[in-house]
Design a protein around this ligand. Structure first.
Ligand SMILES: Cc1ncc(COP(=O)(O)O)c(C=O)c1O
Length: 237
């Protein structure tokens, strides 16, 4: 009755069973995999967030496919002037962001669904680091995209293995996905790695998908740098 793309093995594995057992026993658990910022002791402007929900403008149905203009302007202002956001081809070299180039989604998973649909035909391939966020496999299945792993190697910190990345490229490769900082390694993509990736992707007309969902929560503030990629270099297929 259901399509085969969601015919996943969902029975709990040994690790999940052991975890459930540990929880049931009431023993203390130190979970290093928690990635929910609202559970990790950060401070938020709680009053402002809650009062936004009582704004009567929220009661009017006002569809805007990219997300409310005011919200996109606020996002643009938040990122404006931060390293990594340069709109090439503008007269001024002040780093600025055009709200029209921002599309708001209800979360990252929805954004992945849009970006996979935008870039890939069914069966096209997206390269993804290993180890990385396990949900990618499910998100890719839902979009009929094939995920192809490339390796992150541990050698004085996590490094992208460009040998394995290049070996994984085929004529169906459409994009390389990087997570900065990565989940679960916590490693950042280094500027020279970003530069090499740009070389590889621009020469093959492939996109770079950069997931910076944890970038605002660094342990070491000096590492809070967005990746700088030249924009607008794409050629037609
Ligand atoms: C790499 C990565 N991207 C995105 C997300 C969040 O996804 P969503 O916004 O769909 O909850 C997570 C959550 O752990 C993640 O690890």
């Amino acid at each position: 009755m259901f399509a085969s793309r969601t015919n996943w093995r969902l029975d709990p594995n040994r690790f999940t069973r052991a975890l459930e057992e540990h929880r049931r026993s009431g023993k203390q658990l130190l979970d290093l995999t928690v990635s929910n910022p609202t559970d990790c002791g950060f401070e938020y402007p709680e009053r402002e967030i809650l009062s936004a929900l009582s704004d009567s403008r929220s009661l009017a149905y006002r569809p805007e496919s990219k997300g409310f203009r005011e919200a996109r302007e606020a996002v643009a202002a938040y990122y404006s002037g931060r390293i990594g956001f340069v709109i090439s081809g503008k007269a001024s070299n002040r780093e600025s962001i055009d709200p029209d180039r921002i599309l708001l989604t209800s979360g990252t998973s929805e954004a992945y669904s849009h970006i996979f649909r935008l870039l890939c035909e069914p069966g096209d391939e997206v390269l993804v680091a290993s180890p990385s966020y396990p949900l990618f496999e499910f998100l890719a299945d839902l979009a009929d995209v094939r995920l192809v792993p490339y390796t992150l190697q541990y050698d004085h910190g996590w490094q992208m293995d460009f040998g394995s990345l290049c070996a994984a490229l085929t004529r169906r490769s459409r994009a390389v996905l990087i997570v900065h900082p990565n989940n679960p390694t916590g490693s950042f993509v280094k500027p020279r790695e970003a530069a090499e990736l740009v070389e590889i992707c621009s020469s093959r007309d492939m996109a770079i998908i950069a997931d910076e969902v944890f970038l605002d929560y660094p342990l070491d503030r000096s590492r809070r740098k967005r990746l700088r990629f030249p924009m607008g270099r794409s050629r037609s297929r």
